[in-house]
Ligand binder design. Structure first.
Ligand SMILES: [Zn+2]
Length: 179
C-alpha cells in the first residue's frame, strides 16, 4: 500500500473531467487503487479524496467511514431540493476555506472495487463530502466553480496563501485538513 503524491493546485488534471473507470477491463488494479487512495487520505487526515488529486485521471473517490468507502464511477442520481452552506477545505488548496452550497441529501449510484453496483443515500456531512469529491471528477474545485466577484475574492484569498506558503500540496505531517 502506497501513500500517493498529491498534484499541485495548478496541475491541469484538476480542471479536466476524469475518465470512467472500466471495471470490466481495469486500467489499474481497482483493489490496489482503492487501498492506496484510502492510505493517502488517512495520511493527510482528510475527509475525502478523489483520484485526479493524486494524478490518476479516473472517476474514483473515497471518504472515511467504518469501513472506509471507495466509490468507482459515482453518479448522484437524486438529491433533495434543500441545500446547506458550509465552509469547505480541500487538500489541493491547503489553508483555503470557502463557503459552498450543497444538496443536503443525495442518492448515489456507484461501484465497489469488486464491481458490485450500489445505490445508497447519504445526508449532511457525508453528502457534502461526496458532492465535493464528485465535483473533482468533473474538473470542478471549490476555487474554479466560482463566478464573478466571488471568484475574484476567492482567487485573491488563495493568491495570498500561495504568496506565503508556495501553495504546495498538503504535507503529510500537516494539521488536520477538511478534505
Ligand atoms: Zn477537494
Amino acid at each position: 500500500v502506497t501513500v500517493l503524491k498529491l498534484v499541485r493546485y495548478d496541475d491541469p488534471i484538476l480542471s479536466t473531467p476524469s475518465k470512467r473507470f472500466d471495471l470490466d477491463d481495469p486500467p489499474v488494479d481497482p483493489v490496489r487503487l482503492a487501498m492506496d487512495l484510502v492510505e493517502t487520505m488517512n495520511a493527510h487526515g482528510a475527509l475525502g479524496l478523489s483520484a485526479p488529486q493524486v494524478g490518476i485521471p479516473y472517476r474514483v473517490i473515497c471518504f472515511p467511514s467504518t469501513p472506509n468507502v471507495v466509490m468507482f464511477n459515482p453518479v448522484v442520481v437524486d438529491s433533495t431540493t434543500e441545500e446547506t452552506v458550509m465552509e469547505e477545505g480541500c487538500l489541493t488548496y491547503p489553508g483555503l476555506l470557502l463557503k459552498m452550497r450543497r444538496k443536503r441529501a443525495i442518492k448515489v449510484r456507484y461501484f465497489r472495487p469488486n464491481g458490485e453496483v450500489m445505490n445508497e443515500k447519504f445526508a449532511d456531512m457525508t453528502a457534502r463530502v461526496i458532492q465535493h469529491e464528485v465535483d473533482h471528477l468533473d474538473g470542478r474545485t471549490i476555487l474554479n466553480v466560482r463566478e464573478g466577484v466571488e471568484r475574484y475574492t476567492a482567487q485573491k484569498k488563495w493568491s495570498k496563501i500561495v504568496a506565503r506558503t508556495g501553495g504546495g500540496p498538503a504535507s503529510i505531517k500537516g494539521e488536520k485538513q477538511h478534505e
